[in-house]
Structure formats: structure tokens, C-alpha cells
Design a protein. Structure first.
Length: 486
């Protein structure tokens, strides 16, 4: 599949100049290897909207690829050296692309600059006033929520988030040149160190990506380096109740201001008088001891109180009026695959969620209980990576206490070694969950899981598919089964 790129013009297209490079995006061609990923595709869209020409490749056709083609990108299916254009200003690769990829080798042989996704994102952020959202959990929701609030407050932000934001029409968007640019900043591979924002947002720090980091302290050190990369006139918005974040705050360079959020009275932004109303949270917003007003969130889960506080603090740091922020905050309905209500059929409710870390699983299951109060809660959880499952096995086993039944398929394989695959398997996780007194069953393939759900789930039950892999397909196939039997 391919189509010839169509140049897209915008106010930014004629003026965008990357710091240190001195070239306008409107006359450049970028080749993306692995363009079908959510981050890569979002970055490609943003570059096209700024006037760049985008060419790319991916291993398989997908709705994401077809949308990019409809926007003017030229995309090849499969990876071959001949796909790299004869003239190219930059080649952008996803984290999954290896140096042995034939297109990478062809690009290097031709003398083209090869940039990782995060490096290109950092280059683009230098065209704007950057806001980078980092943390082990909540990055997509918080960055998407912040982009939504800035948009609704007529700030016209640019943004790129690792999930689609239905209310903003996708995972990326172009606003004013030189205006605010919101980006999700991932700690894996220390990729967030390529970003040097005016406003850094640090949500939390826990053990994760232990296939890359040797221990928790090395993770904390990476977050310290991120904080040190905030511009000298910048601000760090940080969760004030996280012990690892506190270690980062102790290392902050003096020119960087710090604003904290949380429930503790020492925090600059805090939630007071919280309550659960109709399954979602209400609370008073306190800014440095002053009451701004009361908000009622549109997304479930007590963890979203903290995400909301981070959004409020960040928008205030960007100069937005507090009344305007609070008026639109509760209108946010979430990002794709975060406690996403798929449908209710025959009295059975089906949700899909991206949670793939024990802390996220606990928070999501608690939110489901509060919002829907199901008779029985069925969780279909696909572990993501053998290494993560092995390092956090006991925490994973504890995290499903709020589920009535947990179904575990085969582990989703990504970035793993043969050694990791030999040391853990999905059956071990199911056994560990049962050892905690919860019901759990190992069912290796998706088709068998759908069949099991079809014969065991009853009206008033709720099914949630959960994980960072393609487990959402189980939700779709099960809903199709329910529709057929309606």
C-alpha cells in the first residue's frame, strides 16, 4: 500500500524552526520506521500538520496506517531498504526497531540522520513551550486531560499523547506556533531525557521496566535527570506524597520552581472534602491555602483525583484562569483504553483498560467497583512482558483482590529475552492469585476465553479486559457474541 504525500499547510508550517537546526518543517521529508504505533503515528500526524512530508513503513496494515494514508502519508507494508526515500531529512524509528532493520541500515548507508521517536519529539518540543508529563502511572490520562483543558480554555495547545483522546479527535494536535505543547514523557530507555520542557509534571515513581533499569534507585536517578533537564525558568509540578518523588525534589536545581499536589495540607494544590457521587469523585480544590471551588470529575477512580490536581496545577502554571479550569475539568471523559465503557448488553457490562502494572490494576478495579457496583467482577488480564511479570509476580498476585474471577491468557511477548520466558509463565500467575484466596483460571487463547465468558458470565456481572497488549480483542469478540445471542 502506498500513496503520494500531499503537503499540508498550517500557520506553523511556514514558521516552525527547530532549535539548533535552522530548518522549517514545511520543506522537509521524514521517514518513519514502525509508523503504526500510537506514539509514532501521533508524531507523524503532528509533523504533517506542520507541513512536513511523511513517508513510512510498518509490518502490518491497520486502521492507524490507513488513517495516515488518508492524511497524505506514503506508507509501505513490510520493511525493505528500498522503502527509504532517495532524499530524506530525518529517519525516525520506534523503540521496537532494531539496528539490523534493513531500512535503518539503508538510511545509515545513505548518510541520513536516524532519530529515535523521543529524540524527534524533543526536537519538535523545542519549537514550543513544552509541558512534559512523566511518571510510572497516569501519563496518558493526565497529558490528555491537560490538553483537553487547555483546548477548552482557548489556549490552542499542540499535543502528542500515547493514547487517543476522543474529545480532541486523536492522539495529537497542532495549536499555536510557539504556544504550549503537551507531551507524554516515557521513562523507558531514558527517552524522556530528550525533552526539556518549561513545565515538567511528575506523577509518581515506582519499580517498572526492570528489563532496562537494574533497580528502583536507578529509576529514581533517571527521574532526577529529567527534572534537571527542565528549563532554568521552568516549573516542576510534582506529587507531594510520593517518597521517590521526594528524593527527586531534594535534587532540584535552584532556578526551577516546584509546585506540589496531593491530599496532604503541605501540598500547594490539594483536594479537600472528597466524596463519591454517582460513582465518581467530587472535591474542593485548594490552591496554596485558598479555596478555588468544587469539582465533580467525569472519569471514575480515586486515582483520578490526583491526576486532576496535576492538571489543575499545570494549567495554572501555564497561566490559565482558575475559574475557567474548574468549569471544564469535569467535562473530560477520558482517553482510549482507560476504563473505557465498551457497551452493556443483556445486563452484562463490558469495559476495556490499559492497566498492566499492579498499582494500576488495583486502582482500576477499585474504580470499577465504585462506578458500577457489579454483582460479579470478571477481569481478563493479559500480562505484558515476561520480565515485568517475573520481577513483579507477587505484587501482581495481590493486585486482583477486588476481582471475583481473574482469567489469565498467555503472556504478551515484547522486548523479552529467552531467559525471561523460561523463568515465568501465565500459569504461575494464576496459581499465585489463587494462593491469595481469589478465583483465577489460566486460559491460553482468546477464542477459548470468549467461550468461557459466554458460558459463565450472568446478567448484572461486569467484564473488564485489561493489559497493554491486544487483549481488547477479547472484549470486542465477546460483545459480538452477546449481540448475536441478544
Amino acid at each position: 500500500m502506498e500513496t503520494h504525500p500531499e503537503k499540508v499547510t498550517s500557520p506553523a508550517a511556514c514558521q516552525a524552526v527547530e532549535r539548533g537546526r535552522g530548518w522549517s518543517l514545511s520543506d522537509k521529508t521524514c521517514h518513519f520506521i514502525g509508523i503504526g504505533g500510537i506514539g509514532m503515528s501521533g508524531l507523524a500526524k503532528l509533523l504533517m500538520k506542520n507541513g512536513a512530508m511523511v513517508v513510512g513503513s510498518d509490518m502490518e496494515d491497520s486502521p492507524v496506517v490507513r488513517e495516515l494514508v488518508s492524511r497524505g502519508a506514503r506508507i509501505f507494508i513490510g520493511h525493505e531498504g528500498s522503502h527509504v526515500p532517495a532524499h530524506c531529512d530525518a529517519v525516525v524509528i520506534s523503540a521496537a526497531i532494531r539496528p539490523t532493520n534493513p531500512e535503518v541500515q539503508a538510511a545509515r548507508a545513505a548518510g541520513f540522520e536516524v532519530l529515535k521517536y523521543a529524540e524527534m519529539l524533543g526536537e519538535l518540543m523545542d519549537c514550543y513551550r513544552g509541558i512534559a508529563v512523566c511518571g510510572t502511572h497516569g501519563k496518558s490520562t493526565t497529558s490528555g486531560w491537560l490538553a483537553y483543558v487547555l483546548d477548552r480554555c482557548h489556549v490552542e495547545p499542540s499535543f502528542i499523547v500515547g493514547a487517543d483522546i476522543p474529545q480532541l479527535g486523536g492522539s495529537s494536535g497542532v495549536g499555536k506556533l510557539g504556544g504550549w505543547f503537551v507531551a507524554e514523557a516515557c521513562e523507558y530507555d531514558r527517552s524522556f531525557l530528550n525533552l526539556h520542557p518549561r513545565i515538567g509534571v511528575m506523577l509518581n515513581i515506582e519499580q517498572d521496566h526492570l528489563d532496562y533499569y537494574k533497580d528502583e534507585q536507578e529509576i529514581v536517578d533517571a527521574f532526577c535527570d529529567f527534572a534537571a533537564g527542565i528549563r532554568q525558568d521552568g516549573i516542576l509540578i510534582a506529587y507531594g506524597e510520593d517518597q521517590n518523588v521526594a528524593k527527586v525534589l531534594a535534587s532540584i536545581p535552584n532556578p526551577v520552581q516546584v509546585r506540589t499536589f496531593g491530599r496532604n495540607e503541605t501540598c500547594d494544590y490539594r483536594a479537600d472534602n472528597p466524596a463519591i457521587v454517582d460513582g465518581t469523585c467530587q472535591f474542593d480544590v485548594i490552591e496554596q491555602g485558598r479555596r478555588l471551588g468544587r469539582v465533580h470529575l467525569g472519569v471514575p477512580g480515586e486515582h483520578n483525583v490526583y491526576n486532576a490536581l496535576a492538571v489543575i496545577a499545570s494549567a495554572r502554571a501555564a497561566g490559565v484562569d482558575s475559574e475557567a479550569i474548574l468549569q471544564c475539568l469535569g467535562g473530560f471523559t477520558g482517553v482510549d483504553r482507560r476504563l473505557m465503557l465498551k457497551k452493556s448488553i443483556n445486563g452484562i457490562t463490558v469495559l476495556d483498560d490499559y492497566a498492566h502494572h499492579p498499582t494500576e490494576i488495583r486502582a482500576s478495579l477499585q474504580a470499577v467497583r465504585q462506578r458500577f457496583s457489579p454483582k460479579r467482577l470478571w477481569c481478563v488480564f493479559q500480562p505484558h512482558q515476561y520480565s515485568r511479570t517475573r520481577f513483579l509476580l507477587e505484587d501482581f498476585a495481590d493486585s486482583f483482590a477486588l476481582a471475583d474471577v481473574t482469567i489469565v491468557p498467555e503472556i504478551y511477548f515484547v522486548r523479552d529475552t529467552a531467559e525471561s520466558k523460561q523463568k515465568v509463565n501465565a500459569q504461575m500467575l494464576a496459581e499465585r492469585i489463587r494462593s491469595r484466596g481469589s478465583e483465577a483460571v489460566f486460559i491460553p487463547d482468546f477464542a477459548s476465553i470468549v467461550e468461557y465468558l459466554a458460558t459463565h458470565v450472568e446478567p448484572a456481572d461486569l467484564v473488564i479486559t485489561m493489559g497493554a497488549g491486544p487483549i481488547w480483542k477479547v472484549a470486542d469478540e465477546y460483545l459480538q457474541r452477546l449481540t448475536e445471542n441478544r
